[in-house]
Design a protein around this ligand. Structure first.
Ligand code: ADE
Ligand code: ZN
Length: 349
């Protein structure tokens, strides 16, 4: 695998701190967080034929040529996830991994456009509600979901919205997202459903400025009124947009390894987050589809450390991620107490 740019050796102490610090994550996809071995197991269980004879061969398909290639594999993986039991199984593995990185709260995308026809919506909502309960009881992790519309299936948009509204009643879903291919599917196509979602009091977010340039971010901001931007790193190509983002402090959900693996960022260059932070843009740190990109949330912070970010900067980014979440002020204050206790402890060392 091609080596990602690094220019700074890091101490074992910094590495340990980054592992141990309490974390929040606001941009991670449930399906994309399911590792290749689990997808393989689900494929066997559900008799889905993947275009690979062995798990090793399936895993070798995770070397993505570009975004479209990634999306093909992502779609194949989602086809293996078919029953309530599959999702319960995925939750357990996902949560064990989140716990390993001391993730204390996460907002998780669900690719709703792909799964609405797979099984009854009520059943999905029940299994997700159980997942949230399990997260709290077994791992003391807070978890909420943001189902998203796949851009290339725009006709699914109102069914996704209906599904979200049903799940909100059960305290499971908190907002609407937009994922999938940016090319050919601009934000304007989704203006109507975003307006309705906002009218219904849902949070709204959108991936933008990942594969397409600044115009996609502008569209997500002005046409969809997205409260946060997924990725948004292509904003570095537009000084006016950087200024606007710095002024409004609209958070970007930055996912460094994802950008390298999908060739949004060249391997031999520092990640765009350096320029974004230096321009005063509000950045958060996330893992996107971690096993698909050979990463995890701690590794995202480690990479930034190896690109010269100081502990203070990384701690600030981690705090930003918690603050940019859709938790209530009271809930944030509770988590902040825990963050402050960790910081005090580290300062005393
Ligand atoms: N769905 C899962 N991962 C995604 C990404 N990085 N961009 C857009 N849609 C996605
Ligand atoms: Zn994403």
């Amino acid at each position: 695998m091609t080596k990602i740019y690094e220019n700074t050796p890091i101490s074992p102490e910094l590495s340990k701190r980054l592992w141990e610090m309490p974390k929040a994550e606001i941009h991670v996809h449930l399906e994309g967080a399911t590792d290749a071995a689990t997808v393989w197991e689900l494929a066997q269980r559900n008799k889905v034929t993947l275009p690979a004879a062995t798990l090793e061969e399936w895993l070798s398909m995770y070397a993505f040529r570009d975004f479209d290639h990634f999306l093909d594999i992502y779609l194949l993986a989602t086809q293996c996830m078919q029953t309530a039991d599959d999702f319960a199984f995925m939750f357990e593995r996902f949560l064990a991994e989140q716990a390993r990185h001391n993730v204390r709260y996460c907002e998780v995308f669900l690719s709703a456009s792909f799964m609405l026809d797979n099984f009854p919506q009520e059943e999905v909502i029940t299994v997700f509600a159980e997942g949230i309960k399990h997260a709290k009881e077994k791992y003391d992790i807070g978890m909420r979901f943001i189902p998203d519309i796949a851009r290339h299936i725009p006709e699914s948009r109102y069914r996704v919205l209906d599904f979200i509204l049903k799940g909100r009643e059960a305290g499971v879903f908190i907002g609407l997202g937009l994922g999938g291919p940016e090319v050919g599917f601009p934000p304007g196509l989704f203006m109507d459903v975003y307006e309705e979602a906002r009218r219904q009091g849902l949070h709204v977010v959108a991936h933008a400025g990942e594969v397409v340039g600044p115009e996609s971010v502008w569209g997500a901001l002005t046409e969809l009124k997205s409260e946060r931007i997924g990725h948004g790193v292509r904003a570095v190509d537009d000084p006016k947009l950087l200024e606007y983002l710095a002024e409004t402090q609209i958070p970007l959900e930055v996912c460094p390894h994802s950008n390298y693996r999908l060739k949004v960022t060249p391997f031999n260059e520092p990640h765009q987050i350096r320029k974004l932070v230096d321009a005063g843009v509000y950045c958060t740190v996330n893992s996107d589809d971690p096993p698909m990109f050979s990463t995890d949330l701690t590794s995202e912070y480690l990479l930034l450390a190896k690109q010269g970010f100081s502990w203070d900067e990384l701690w600030q980014l981690n705090g930003n991620t918690l603050e940019a979440s859709f938790l209530s002020d009271e809930e944030k204050a509770t988590y902040r107490t825990e963050w402050d206790a960790f910081d005090m402890n580290e300062a005393e060392k």
